[in-house]
Every structure is written in structure tokens, then in C-alpha cells.
Design a protein around this ligand. Structure first.
Ligand code: PRX
Length: 654
């Protein structure tokens, strides 16, 4: 656990209570919160059961709330039946079919608006098309799309017929896509000719072709959306244009009601081994968590325009673009491209033009936009904003203050939300009408969430500001159910550390004198680069797959904008080149990793060395490598190093 992190945060003592105007209108006030907390403490199952009955529309009501029989593989509302797409779309048709569901803006400037009625129709047409392709309940469908409304339509259409979607972020490489298609055993891939990002066209169909070319025998069909108009090769018998598939389909499609535990989706995330994990989420519990937290944390109301900037390739885009806000009947904004196109004012221009009231983004974006200066947001009217949120990594107090003052005009509460792919929904976060916020703290657990900090032996850490493992003591409905195809790994990763007593998040945290949580970072070999999780092992495996590389060790170092940057030490086969040849090889390796895993995994630094520092038992001394990457004094014992001169090389001096 990092000392610096702890110290810098400890100096923070600013506190911002919600203002009276906000409190007066908030969905959850102090009284309501106390009642909910008391209820959850008194009877956790009854607490969640009541909410599940109120918030979701059940085709068949559940009689059992929580099944602990196979703990920690908990089951929620298991004998109930429902459909997620029904709960996001059909439930709104009687009362507000003409309300805007999606306000879309493409990177080139094109725009679209879909009402709930239109979105429902599009989802039904695609769902019928998928059925025509032979896709049914339980089949896996991989979605590899740009951030356009069709990405949400594809997810909802899968949910409508009980198919299990697995969205792969469009920035991932063909290689990563192939791994995920193989692991899911998908029968269908839904993609697009391409997407617009950063002023360039990202060729998704070409990458999808490359992915399935080798060892993806389960894939029978590919549906291709025309987005950029770039020419693509269509394989006869396998590939269908989206527009052709839905052309003659009716805009009604009866939903397939599934058991509450039926998997809604798989989403891959990095862990401490080279192989990403397919996190499996349920239909009932997940949807309940996504909807409730949208209403509680973002205080969402009918007239709100909610913009969560996350791509649907991440969990944030699942819970706070596709499922939560639609289940809550809100209007969402979707933007296809980069925040820097045509200039660093794009986010603020969208907020102004589309009248965004609630805005949710990542610290890395906030820091990047902050760096461009206050003049850019000052050119835009941001007065419609009433609430700001952040997610994905710890936010430094300076960026938090900038966000609050410059973007929120000092009047919008800032909710720093802690959660994970595995938790499905926000777990620790301010409630904007109740909680006083502190820059850099995600504050307190939501009602029904029993978060704690424990020491090595699982005993609660009660001392102020003392770090420990962040754990969750009681199950919650939106928790991951398992890792697809590898339940043992699920048990080992999240439950074994404390003998199944509680869920271990893999983060370290401490609490201050008010009981507020401060997340300090990961405790495993997982990096958090620009809010995205990457396993050091994944990058190492990609590096050693290069013919010139014998061995590699990857660590993180702090980065001003991205939070963490990737630093790789590489031992080559054969001689180590010098000068220009070394520089050329380093560039080649960086490009190689980007090709293998996707651009987000491209190492920032690569240092070529003759050896890696190892302990006598052969373990790589990662702490030492981390200190060197950070340019810190070396405090570790280096006397066991076989060849002490290696230190100069690791520092880049030899
Ligand atoms: O380390 C925590 C960090 O992101 C991890 C989860 O990553 P992922 O599953 O990709 O989900 C990201 C979006 C929910 C956590 O283990 N993290 C997430 N939110 C915060 C955070 N760290 C500090 N503060 C947060 N608000």
C-alpha cells in the first residue's frame, strides 16, 4: 500500500455539505436514508425484497429472496421471472412513450434522437432479426461496436430474447476480441464497419474478421452495422448487414421471460493472471442494483438529461448507459467520439447544446480537460448541470475541486462513486441530498451495502486512517455470480482470502474520523490506466509473445493524467541493442503490445535490460522495479542480487 497516497490524502480536510436547495428536492433525504439503513440492518433480505417488488416488473413474482445454499455463489429472487428489456422499455410505453430515451451525437457532428417508443421498436426489430438467425435464450452474442445507439439496441435486443451479451470495447485489438469470443463460445458477433474516434475511423469489421479467422468455430453469423460507410468485405453465408436483417421485421417482439438468475451478460475484466475473467451478471439482481443506484446516487428525475461518458464496453456503460437510466425512464446522452475532437471543449459543448443536467465521467478525463485551462469550459453555458459524478479510480483533490468549481460552478454536488465490474452497481458513494462530500473520498456505503476495512487476519481496522483490505460483509443483489466457465477462479479471487467470510474487492482503503472511505488503490497485480483495469501479467504475456523478448516485468508508475502509466522491463533473446537500434526496437515493442491487446495497453516506457532482479527463490523483485520506475530512492535490500550492476541498467544508465 502506498504511503504517498495515504499522506497526500490525509492533508485533505475540506468538507462540502449539500445546499439547502438541493436537499429540498432530493429523492433521498436524511430521514429517508436513516429509515432505509435501519431497515437494511434489521432485515437485509426484507429490505432488498421490498425494493425488488417496487422497482422491477415481474412476470412471475419471486417467493425466495436470498439463497445462501451454495454460498458464496449467492442466488437472489431465484424463482422469480422477468425480462430486462421489458423493464427498460415496455414499462414506460403506457405513460411516456414519446419521452426522449437517447440523444446521440456522433464524432463528426451527426445527431439523432430516439423516443422510448422508437427505441422499443428498434430493439424489437433487431430481436426478431436475431431470432431469424437462430439465436435464442442462453446463446452468447459478442458485441463489438462504436458508441452509437445501436450498441444499446443490440444489448437490449439480446436481453429481450434471453441471449447473453458480451460487449468487447471497440478499442480492444482483434487478438483480445478473439480470446473473448473463444471463451464465451459466441454464436454471433454484432459489429459495425467502423466507428469515429479521435478524428480517425476505427475499422471494427476488419478486426472482427481477423479475430474469427482463427479458432472461432462457434461463430455462425456476423451482423454488421453501416456506420462510417467505409468499404468492408462481407463473407457470403455468414455476414449480414444490420439494415437488411431488420428490414422486414415487425417492431413488436414478445420478451422471453427468464429466471432472475439467468445470466444477462458476461463482461471481461483483468485480474492478476494473463487471462481476463468473464464476469457473469444476473438478470434480476443486476437490474435492481443498476436502477436503484441510478435513482439514489444521481437523484434522477423525469426531466433530467443524464450523460455518463463511459463506453458500453465497460461496466459503467452497462449500468449507467444501457440499463440503469433506461430502467429509470430517463433521457440519456450518448457520444461516439473523443473529448478532444474538434477541440477540448467538446464535452462542454455537448452539455450546453443537449442541456445535460447530470454528468458522470472518469478522473482521467477530468484531469486531461483541466490541463487545457479554465477558458475552454468558460466558453460554454453549463448552467443546466445540477450534479456531477466520477468513477473508475481515485480522484486527486485538485481535480475534484476543479470539477466542482469550474464545471459545476460551485453549486453541483460531486459524487465520487466506488464500485467494480464485479459489484455491478455503485457501492460506496455520497447521496447528493444527504452526504457532505470531501474531495478524494467516496464517502459512505449505500444502504444495504455492508462495506468494511479489515487487516491481514480479517479483523476490522478501527483506527482512523489506517489502511487495510476493502471487503463487503453481506451479499447484495447486483453482485457477480461467477466467472464464466471457471467458478473456482471466482471463489479463489474474491472469497478465499478470508475463508469465504466476505467479498474481497482487491482494493486497499482507509477510513477517516467521520468513517468516510478513502480508496488507496489495488493490492493485486492490477494496474488502473486511465480508469481501465489491466493486469500486469496480460502485458507481460503480450511482450513475451514477441520473438525478440525472453522475459518481461511490468509495473505501474504514477501519471499526471492517466493516474497510472505502464512501465515494462524487457530482457531480450540475444544481444541488447544500443542507441538508435534500441529506440527502434522499443517502439516496435510498444506497437506490438497495442496490436496484441489494444491501444490502452501500450506501455509508456520500455527499458531493455540484460536481467531482471530476482530473489533467491526466483521471484521478480517487483517492489524494486516499481521504485526504479518511479525514480524513488531504493530502500529494498539489493544484496541478494546476482549481478548488482543490473541496477544501473534498470535505471537506464547502463
Ligand atoms: O480500484 C478500484 C477502481 O477501479 C476498480 C474497478 O475497476 P473496474 O472493474 O474496471 O470498474 C471501474 C468502474 C466501476 C476498483 O477496484 N475504482 C473504481 N471506482 C473508484 C475506484 N477507485 C477509487 N475511487 C473510485 N471512485
Amino acid at each position: 500500500m502506498s504511503r504517498d497516497n495515504l499522506d497526500s490524502i490525509l492533508r485533505e480536510d475540506r468538507k462540502f455539505p449539500p445546499d439547502a436547495g438541493f436537499i429540498g428536492k432530493a429523492r433521498i433525504n436524511r430521514v429517508a436514508l436513516s429509515a432505509m439503513q435501519a431497515h437494511a440492518e434489521r432485515n437485509l433480505e426484507e429490505f432488498w425484497a421490498g425494493l425488488a417488488r417496487e422497482e422491477l416488473s415481474w412476470h412471475r413474482p419471486f417467493s425466495e429472496v436470498l439463497d445462501r445454499g451454495q454460498a458464496p455463489n449467492f442466488r437472489w429472487f431465484a424463482d422469480g421471472e422477468l425480462n430486462a428489456s421489458w423493464n427498460c422499455l415496455d414499462v414506460h410505453l403506457a405513460t411516456h412513450a414519446e419521452r426522449t430515451a437517447i440523444l446521440f451525437e456522433g464524432e463528426p457532428g451527426d445527431s439523432r434522437r430516439l423516443t422510448y417508443r422508437e427505441l422499443h421498436g428498434e430493439v424489437c426489430r433487431l430481436a426478431n432479426g436475431l431470432k431469424a438467425l437462430g439465436i435464442g435464450s442462453g446463446d452468447r452474442v459478442v458485441i463489438y461496436m462504436p458508441m452509437v445507439p445501436e450498441a444499446v439496441i443490440a444489448m437490449q435486443a439480446c436481453a429481450r430474447i434471453g441471449a447473453v451479451h458480451s460487449v468487447v470495447f471497440g478499442g480492444f485489438s482483434a487478438h483480445s476480441l478473439r480470446d473473448r469470443i473463444q471463451d464465451t463460445g459466441a454464436r454471433l458477433v454484432i459489429t459495425a464497419d467502423g466507428g469515429h474516434r479521435g478524428g480517425k475511423v476505427i475499422e471494427l469489421k476488419a478486426a472482427a474478421d481477423k479475430a474469427v479467422a482463427d479458432g472461432c468455430d462457434t461463430v455462425e453469423a456476423m451482423v454488421v452495422l453501416r456506420r462510417t460507410g467505409a468499404p468492408v468485405a462481407m463473407q457470403p453465408g455468414r455476414d449480414t448487414w444490420w439494415s437488411d436483417l431488420v428490414a422486414d421485421q415487425p417492431d413488436q417482439c414478445p420478451p422471453v421471460f427468464v429466471g432472475a438468475e439467468h445470466p444477462l451478460f458476461l463482461l471481461y475484466t483483468s485480474g492478476s493472471t494473463g487471462k481476463p475473467k468473464g464476469i457473469q451478471h444476473s438478470t434480476g439482481g443486476y437490474l435492481l442494483g443498476a436502477k436503484l443506484t441510478t435513482k439514489w446516487v444521481f437523484d434522477l428525475r423525469e426531466d433530467d438529461v443524464f450523460w455518463c461518458t463511459a463506453d458500453v464496453g465497460w461496466i459503467t456503460g452497462h449500468s449507467y448507459v444501457c440499463y440503469g437510466p433506461l430502467a429509470a425512464g430517463a433521457t440519456i446522452v450518448m457520444y461516439e467520439g473523443a473529448p478532444s475532437v474538434p477541440d477540448g471543449g467538446r464535452f462542454w459543448s455537448i452539455c450546453e447544446r443537449l442541456g445535460v443536467t447530470v454528468f458522470y465521467t472518469a478522473p482521467t478525463a477530468i484531469r486531461a480537460l483541466m490541463k487545457l485551462g479554465d477558458d475552454i469550459p468558460a466558453r460554454h453555458d453549463l448552467s443546466r448541470l445540477r450534479l456531477l459524478g466520477t468513477v473508475g479510480e481515485p480522484i486527486n483533490p485538485e481535480a475534484w475541486m476543479w470539477y466542482r468549481d469550474v464545471i459545476g460552478g460551485g453549486r453541483c454536488p460531486v459524487v465520487d462513486t466506488w464500485w467494480q465490474t464485479e459489484t455491478g452497481a455503485i457501492m460506496i458513494s455520497p447521496l447528493p441530498g444527504v452526504t457532505s462530500t470531501k474531495p478524494g473520498s467516496c464517502t459512505l456505503p449505500l444502504p444495504g451495502v455492508f462495506a468494511d476495512i479489515v487487516d491481514e487476519s480479517g479483523e476490522p481496522v478501527t483506527d482512523e486512517n489506517k489502511g487495510g483490505y476493502l471487503v463487503i460483509r453481506e451479499p447484495w443483489p447486483s453482485m457477480a455470480r461467477t466467472i464464466w466457465g471457471d467458478n473456482q477462479r471466482y471463489l479463489d479471487t474474491y472469497w478465499a482470502r478470508f475463508d469465504g467470510r466476505f467479498y474481497t474487492a482487491g482494493d486497499s482503503a482507509h477510513r477517516d474520523r467521520d468513517g468516510y472511505f478513502w480508496i488507496m488503490g489495488r493490492i493485486d497485480d492490477v494496474l488502473n490506466v486511465a480508469g481501465h483495469r489491466l493486469g500486469t501479467m496480460e502485458v507481460e504475456s503480450a511482450l513475451v509473445a514477441h520473438p525478440r523478448v525472453a522475459e518481461a516485468a511490468v509495473v505501474g508508475r504514477p501519471h499526471e493524467i492517466k493516474g497510472e502509466a505502464i512501465f515494462a522491463y524487457v530482457v531480450l533473446r540475444g544481444d541488447r541493442p544500443m542507441g538508435a537500434a534500441a529506440a527502434a526496437l522499443t517502439e516496435e515493442l510498444r506497437a506490438w503490445v497495442a496490436e496484441e491487446l489494444g491501444a490502452i495497453a501500450r506501455p509508456d516506457d520500455i527499458r531493455l535490460t540484460d536481467n531482471l532482479p530476482k530473489t533467491r527463490s526466483g521471484k521478480i523483485m517487483r517492489r524494486l522495479l516499481r521504485s526504479i520506475a518511479r525514480g524513488e530512492e531504493i530502500s529494498q535490500d539489493t544484496s541478494t542480487l546476482e549481478n548488482p550492476s543490473i541496477l544501473d541498467q534498470l535505471r537506464g544508465e547502463g
